[in-house]
Design a protein around this ligand. Structure first.
Ligand code: HEC
Ligand code: HEC
Length: 387
């Protein structure tokens, strides 16, 4: 074994052996291989998210995600991931609280003697003091962070926000909808990245997912240290008047934690999905006119190019439906099209067919901005001919 060559050969043989074993293993575990492939995709998503973060988020949340004082809270933050630095204390307090509620139950019984009642009261008072002591001690142990607004008693941001979904869904939803009310306690609010439909800082849904993957990747699980906690430059602050904010969160929760999906550009699939829905022409009109937001939070710019009764950048809105039936569908390339199919295609893939006399100028990302219901409503509106 002294001879380095022997040792090198041995190492090589062991390595080869391990490779063979692992290949075998991989062949046997097709499903796990798929998972590895998915991990690759996931890694790319995180990488793209990192680039987006630098461009769009770092100016408020800091390059390192540790927050910027007085500007925006840390995201690379054990609090956001709900890490408990004092699990034993949490456990002790939980036990004390259990004991307290058992005692309260007992005290409420009818056949209570005065002696036992006063014993119980004494014990409850003791318990309350113990809990306070534990909390004070726990806070003192992380004073540096407490001075910056950290509260070890509520060590999970999701509880602070009363959010009852996953952290991932909270992050993605925050990106989609922003926190419009947060400008009442921060210099500028957390923006909604799906809102300003065609403004510069609008991001596509997949980009928001990449950003979410990037943020989720900050989670250190059980490996968060107090150093990480102290490194945080700005903790979240609670709104002085949380009502509007709580209302907003409640709305998101009521939407059942499911984030509406965009309709996409698969004409056949959309046509089939629309056949299952009833469109609401009044809402469709409000959407078309930009008076209400789409279910994905967009204001639609349709009337920037389409006017009611004169051709502008795009064809006039009046009479769209009969024009489709009497003129467009007579063209040979639309053989077999229903008027609905034509409208769907005009809206989500406008470049497929450019109406004669017009430029191929229509916005192309409506498929990202609308849900199936939004599109059903708009088509119901266009069917009314806008008289
Ligand atoms: C103009 C400054 C600004 C920009 C730009 C900004 N944010 Fe925020 N963000 C905020 C503020 C302020 C809050 C705190 C909102 C609150 O208290 O509810 C916040 C909150 C958040 C939260 C919720 C954190 C929590 O603890 O509740 C997430 C997640 C988030 N931002 C991610 C991002 C990402 C990702 C980007 C880039 C795409 C971004 N932010 C861009 C200001 C900003
Ligand atoms: C930037 C300008 C622009 C915007 C914004 C725009 N369109 Fe258009 N639209 C056009 C142009 C130009 C055409 C004709 C050329 C073509 O077919 O692509 C057109 C064609 C159409 C047609 C086919 C009309 C016909 O007579 O065949 C429909 C339907 C339509 N647009 C709906 C919409 C809806 C709904 C919105 C909002 C989500 C919208 N457009 C936003 C420019 C625009």
């Amino acid at each position: 074994m002294r001879d380095p060559n022997t040792r090198r050969r041995l190492v090589a043989t062991i390595a080869q052996f391990l490779i063979v074993i692992s290949l075998f293993y991989a062949a046997l575990h097709e499903e796990e291989r798929m998972q590895y492939a998915q991990m690759g995709v996931h890694a790319q998503s995180i990488e793209r998210g990192a680039d987006l973060y630098l461009d769009h988020c770092a100016m408020c949340h800091g390059l390192d995600g540790l927050g910027l004082e007085g500007k925006a809270p840390a995201l690379n933050n054990p609090l956001l991931f709900g890490h408990d630095f004092f699990p034993e204390v949490t456990e002790q307090i939980r036990d004390l609280n259990h004991e307290k509620s058992r005692l309260i139950d007992e005290r409420n019984q009818e056949n209570m003697t005065d002696i036992r009642r006063s014993e119980i009261d004494t014990r409850i008072a003791e318990i309350e003091v113990s809990i306070d002591d534990l909390n004070v001690k726990r806070s003192a142990d992380v004073q540096m962070a407490v001075d910056k607004g950290y509260d070890p008693v509520i060590f999970n941001r999701i509880w602070q926000l009363d959010w009852n979904g996953t952290l991932e869904s909270l992050l993605l939803t925050t990106l989609i909808h922003g926190r419009p009310n947060s400008s009442s306690y921060w210099p500028s609010a957390m923006p909604a990245y799906s809102q300003e439909a065609f403004a510069d800082f609008m991001l596509e849904r997949y980009q928001l997912e990449d950003l979410t993957a990037y943020m989720m990747n900050w989670d250190k699980g059980d490996s968060w240290t107090l150093e990480d906690l102290y490194a945080v430059k700005q903790f979240p602050i609670q709104a002085e008047d949380p009502k509007p904010y709580t209302a907003q969160i409640q709305l998101l929760i009521m939407s059942n934690d499911t984030i509406p999906q965009s309709v996409g550009t698969d004409i056949e699939a959309i046509t089939a999905a629309l056949a299952q829905l009833t469109g609401d022409a009044a809402r469709g009109e409000a959407l078309y006119l930009g008076q209400v937001k789409s279910n994905l939070g967009y204001n639609l710019p349709c009337t920037g190019c389409h006017q009611a009764s004169v051709d502008a950048v795009g064809p006039m809105t009046d009479g769209t439906y009969s024009r489709v039936i009497n003129e467009r569908l007579k063209e040979p390339q639309f053989a077999g099209y229903t008027p609905e199919q034509y409208l769907i295609e005009s809206i989500v893939l406008p470049g497929n067919h450019v109406v004669e006399g017009f430029q191929n100028a229509m916005i192309t990302n409506s498929g990202e901005a609308l849900t199936t219901q939004d599109l059903a409503d708009i088509i119901a509106y266009l069917r009314t001919e806008n008289p």
